[in-house]
Ligand binder design. Sequence first.
Ligand SMILES: [Fe+2]
Ligand SMILES: [Fe+2]
Length: 181
Amino acid sequence: MSTSNFPEMSSHFEQEQLRSSPDKGRLGGVVAPEKTTPSNSPLSGGELSAANKHPAAWNESRHTLGMGEMDNTHREFITQVAALIAASNAEFPALFQALINHTREHFIAEGKLMRESKYRGLPEHEGEHHRVLGELQQLNRSLKRGRLPLVRAYVKEGLPEWFDTHLSMMDGALVMFLKRR
Ligand SMILES: [Fe+2]
Ligand SMILES: [Fe+2]
């Protein structure tokens, strides 16, 4: 389980965590940027915030990989993340559970494609899936303990950025391999 190859999801949060709450576990730092003014962002100083750089919106040219079912799954993922960002506090927990369920199916489907095609990148790609699903499940436990701001920050700033990079690198490489066969 390596985060070093794909630091895009964790780096922001882990750095915040190290600065602000080293004793709170791996995801504890997500609460740090609760004040939402851009100046509190690690990307401040005139740069766009992570949320602006990676909006939770489907971008046809950037996100379409050319495999119908996978594209539909990815579009649905973005739809669900956007719905979570817009959700009321009361709506949030059920939608977060739905996102976990959808993501589990998403990753199972890609795992099946990788196994059927004997894709050599499977261990790394699937390791990343397991890491992210584990984070989502850990956050769900945090949510049940009342840490809604932590989970909201992760959904808004961590997930869209992770999605963009995972899609363009790992899913993109898989699709390229499948199309070449
Ligand atoms: Fe995917
Ligand atoms: Fe993937």
